[in-house]
Ligand binder design. Structure first.
Ligand code: BES
Ligand code: MN
Ligand code: ZN
Length: 506
């Protein structure tokens, strides 16, 4: 669920109650606000710092409860280290760190006096801080049946209600934060979709959630399985045929640049709402994680929501393939040959290599219909990408060096990091089939690469294309300063940044 905490900006000196958060730099050198609170509490902060050995290092804190002589119930001094060298990601992570210190237990409000020892925090940096705080505030409690006791006592509801960020120019910070609010909503929407269990969120329900974007001004079409048959999406339909839940494709269009904006950028997502592996059944251990095999599609929906909410001046198309990969008497078999929309025939060697089959038809349809400027697809495509890169970088494959560099740069700026892996004719050979045009697995070595080669078979000559393998970063995510959710919402901030920097009309 989206953070329940209302965030606002106020002047540097405005009073507050509840928890006060102030800052120190290496030394420790206290910020003016910290210094002021230290004076008002008779030197309490300096003493506490000394007792705990606090030196103002980045990420370290001093916590003081029930300080005498002031209204605040708690003061936290947060070390900034050396903020002079901070970039967007540092402010973002600092916001996340601070939000992580606030539970709501010591008061319904928290007041962050965001200032270094000397100078001021710019509106853009205050906004990055706020973004980090909001992202960290996300929790998914939908299925926790115990809610705070409603006995009329407000003190029983221990959640943080208000977060006020005090800074030099609160009006400008608020204005800078307007687009970031849209990003928070987009990321949290993606997280909600990934965290949702597969009995609640099948292909039809996912499509329904995507339809809600109409409210934000996105055009949404849902193609049902009859429509997909007519379109000839034989690869996507083969994956879904073992499930009782019919497959869907959703097409989302945001026309923020208008007719003069020209061809759109297209984002395509893998939306396997549950990947049991099909007849090539996965082992039981860890199979529950495969409810997150629609994280690519979730990112696309979250991104389209963010673009619409911040009224981005871009023409963007989102296409997601929604299927459930199940074993049954109707399921596809290893050895089957199916025909993709492009006409390419595929020998299905392993029904667990299903994501590439879903994307094959979505990619072809997207290029056919929209003639996009560029296509970026996201998919929790291979376990092998985690063997190669762990969980810190997503795998990037591209046929266009400029697009690849733009994506890597956007990843560095947002902290959603990418690492480029190779494509090439020798790897392409791995998916040649004896009976059909290609087969859906390329053997044991370089599994992420042969999967990417498979996708490239469905990219037309002249289309700029990038594939992000997000199996390690979008689900079962490692904790970070800005994320404690199982589904991280990976890719929304990354692609929003790519679009902002390179595809938006100014
Ligand atoms: N959805 C999985 C990939 C995956 C694995 C995502 C672990 C997240 C965590 C994908 O459909 C899959 O099963 N890939 C196979 C491919 C193989 C059969 C060629 C894999 O990675 O083992
Ligand atoms: Mn699979
Ligand atoms: Zn899968």
């Amino acid at each position: 669920m989206t953070d329940q905490t209302a965030l606002s900006f106020a002047s540097k000196t405005a009073a507050g109650d509840g928890v006060a958060v102030v800052f120190a730099e290496e030394g420790p050198k206290l910020s003016p606000a910290a210094h002021d609170l230290d004076k008002k509490t008779g030197g309490l902060l300096a003493r506490a710092a000394q007792i705990t050995g606090f030196k103002g290092k980045k990420g370290t804190t001093v916590d003081v409860l029930a300080p005498q002589g002031i209204k605040f119930s708690r003061i936290v001094v947060v070390g900034m280290g050396k903020p002079a060298s901070f970039g967007h990601e540092d402010w973002l992570n600092l916001g996340g760190t601070v939000r992580g210190l606030l539970s709501g237990r010591e008061g319904a409000s928290a007041h962050v006096y965001l200032e270094p020892v000397k100078g001021e925090v710019s509106p853009a940096d205050a906004s990055s801080f706020a973004l980090g705080a909001q992202l960290r505030g996300y929790t998914f409690k939908k299925y926790k049946s115990k809610t705070p006791k409603k006995n009329g006592n407000a003190n029983d509801d221990k959640t943080l209600k208000r977060l006020v960020i005090h800074c030099a120019d609160p009006r400008a910070a608020g204005a800078a934060f307007a687009p970031d609010r849209a990003i928070v909503d987009g990321v949290n929407l993606a997280r909600d979709l990934v965290n949702e269990p597969a009995n609640v969120l099948g292909p039809a329900e996912f499509a329904q959630r995507a339809k809600a974007l109409i409210k934000a001004g996105v055009q949404v079409e849902v193609l049902n399985d009859a429509a997909l048959k007519k379109l000839g999406m034989g690869a996507l339909l083969a994956v879904g045929q073992g499930s009782d839940k019919p497959s869907h494709v959703v097409v989302m269009q945001w026309k923020g640049a208008g007719p003069k904006g020209g061809a759109p950028i297209a984002i395509v997502g893998k939306g396997v709402t549950f990947d049991a592996g099909g007849i090539s059944l996965k082992p039981a251990s860890g199979m529950e994680e495969m409810k997150g095999d629609m994280a690519g599609a979730a990112c696309v929906v979250g991104l389209m929501q963010a673009l619409a909410e911040r009224k981005a001046k871009v023409n963007a198309v989102g296409v997601i393939g929604l299927v459930e990969n199940m074993p049954s008497g109707k399921a596809q078999r290893p050895g089957d040959v199916v025909t993709a929309k492009s006409g390419t025939t595929i020998e299905v060697l392993n029904t667990d290599a299903e994501g590439r089959m879903v994307l094959a038809d979505c990619l072809w349809y997207t290029q056919d219909r929209f003639k996009p400027k560029a296509v970026v697809n996201l998919a929790t495509l291979t376990g092998a990408v985690m063997v190669a890169l762990g969980k810190e970088h997503a795998g990037l494959f591209s046929n266009n060096d400029e697009l690849a560099d733009w994506l890597i740069a956007a990843g560095t700026e947002t902290g959603e990091k990418l690492w480029r892996l190779p494509l090439g004719p020798k790897y392409d050979k791995l998916i040649e089939s004896k009976v059909a045009d290609i087969k859906n697995t390329g053997g044991r070595w370089g599994g992420s690469i042969s999967a990417a080669q498979f996708l490239q078979r469905f990219i037309k000559e002249g289309t700029s294309w990038a594939h992000l393998d997000i199996a390690g970063t979008a689900m079962s995510s490692v904790d970070s300063d800005v994320n404690r959710s199982w589904g991280s919402g990976f890719g929304v901030r990354l692609l929003d940044r790519l679009i902002k920097d390179h595809y938006e009309r100014r």
